[in-house]
Design a protein around this ligand. Structure first.
Ligand SMILES: Nc1ncnc2c1ncn2[C@@H]1O[C@H](COP(=O)(O)OP(=O)(O)OP(=O)(O)O)[C@@H](O)[C@H]1O
Ligand SMILES: [Mg+2]
Length: 357
């Protein structure tokens, strides 16, 4: 199809605590044209599924207005996460009688343990072979119900869907653009509000992902409970302590540290499960680093606690590292404190129109 006006995609990450928007422009060297976020009231999005499309649509409308973005007719790139997607890497033996697509579909039927009628199915041929000469393929199933929810709010704002991605691939894409690929296994850990995604990558290929049901909300909830305060005040205490703008009281420090320990232990179990389990499709390859994204990855003491448990260097990803940013519009100190929550949105913004899920 001929595009009359070539306009870039608007990347929208509709998370459970906020909507993040990124618009990138340029050819190989991308630059940031727009970035913004708006908080969502609790309950509008839960665990990757839009529970209240009407409210989400309204929020989005206000958001565009506040940021002077004209959404009408624009193509957007949106993302699915949590329970809305199933991702599985498998190896398929080459079969001259069957198309790879057909083999991938049969493999998905076996592995997903879910009715294929409820899923939008796609697969990705990594192009690499395993030690038995089988083709490494990543299977992706996206729940129709979740896609419909996204369509509703996108169409409600008179926009068009350009690309549907998953949080996991968006983060991996953003990471590769900024940090390149590695001969060792890396963990990319996206600490959001409702959950934390742990994704393992190797040579720029997806290996494994699991979602842990602990994110920034859990820290806030526990603080509110322990201090008998509301979640708004608890959030202020958490952010103040994490940004070093307010000395944490003994209770704040203790609750954050205990929640860190729980999250770290879940992450450690996830990584160990993959490395030591029969699912490991990169046996013998060392695990050397962890990289953090998501708004809650800056929680007081989390990075250090994770490094101590995993025994590998841990670093916070800067999603804008290789992007051109106008620092008068987006001050560097703001990017340092707020930048991590744009990890998914930047990964989405880097996608091209023709790309598949
Ligand atoms: N400086 C900070 N220190 C600690 N936590 C923070 C900081 N800034 C934001 N957070 C927390 O990060 C979370 C929001 O992160 P993010 O925007 O990545 O989540 P989300 O995408 O909305 O959620 P999800 O991906 O789980 O649906 C909130 O829980 C918030 O309290
Ligand atoms: Mg998120």
């Amino acid at each position: 199809m001929v595009e009359l006006f070539s306009r870039s995609l608007l990347a929208l990450d509709i998370g459970s605590s906020s909507i993040k928007l990124v618009e990138l422009a340029g050819g190989r060297q991308k630059k940031v044209r727009a970035m913004a976020h708006i908080a969502l009231p609790p309950g509008v999005v839960e665990n990757g599924v839009i529970k209240d499309p009407a409210a989400a649509q309204e929020q989005l409308k206000d958001f565009f207005k506040a940021n002077r973005i004209l959404p009408f007719g624009r193509r957007v790139c949106v993302t699915l996460s949590g329970n809305a997607v199933i991702i599985k890497r498998v190896a398929l033996a080459p079969d001259k009688d069957k198309e790879l697509a057909e083999q991938a579909y049969y493999a998905a039927e076996q592995h997903f343990q879910h009715s294929m009628n409820d899923l939008e199915f796609d697969f990705y041929n990594t192009g690499s072979l395993n030690e038995r000469g089988e083709i490494n393929v990543v299977l992706v199933g996206a729940k129709r119900e979740a896609i419909d929810g996204l369509m509703e709010i996108v169409h409600g704002n008179r926009m068009k869907i350009g690309v549907v991605e998953t949080d996991v691939f968006a983060i991996a894409n953003m990471f590769e653009y900024n940090y390149g690929t590695s001969e060792t296994i890396m963990a990319l850990i996206n600490v959001g509000a409702s959950c934390t995604q742990v994704t393992l990558v190797w040579r720029g290929e997806y290996l494994y992902t699991r979602e842990v049901a602990v994110g920034g909300n859990e820290f806030t909830r526990r603080l509110a409970e322990a201090m008998s305060i509301d979640v708004v005040a608890a959030e202020v205490a958490k952010i103040g302590a994490s940004n070093f703008t307010q000395d944490p009281t003994e209770v704040v420090a203790r609750i954050i540290s205990e929640t860190n320990d729980q999250l770290v232990s879940e992450i450690q179990t996830t990584v160990a499960y993959y490395l030591q389990g029969s699912d490991n499709t990169a046996p013998g390859v060392p695990f050397t680093n962890a990289f953090l994204a998501g708004g809650a990855c800056r929680t007081l003491g989390f990075e250090a606690a994770l490094a101590a448990a995993l025994q590998v260097p841990v670093a916070i990803i800067n999603p804008f590292q290789n992007l051109q940013v106008n620092h008068r519009k987006f001050p560097p100190e703001e990017l340092v404190l707020e930048g991590q929550k744009y990890g998914v949105a930047v990964g989405l913004g880097l996608r091209n129109m023709g790309d598949r899920l």
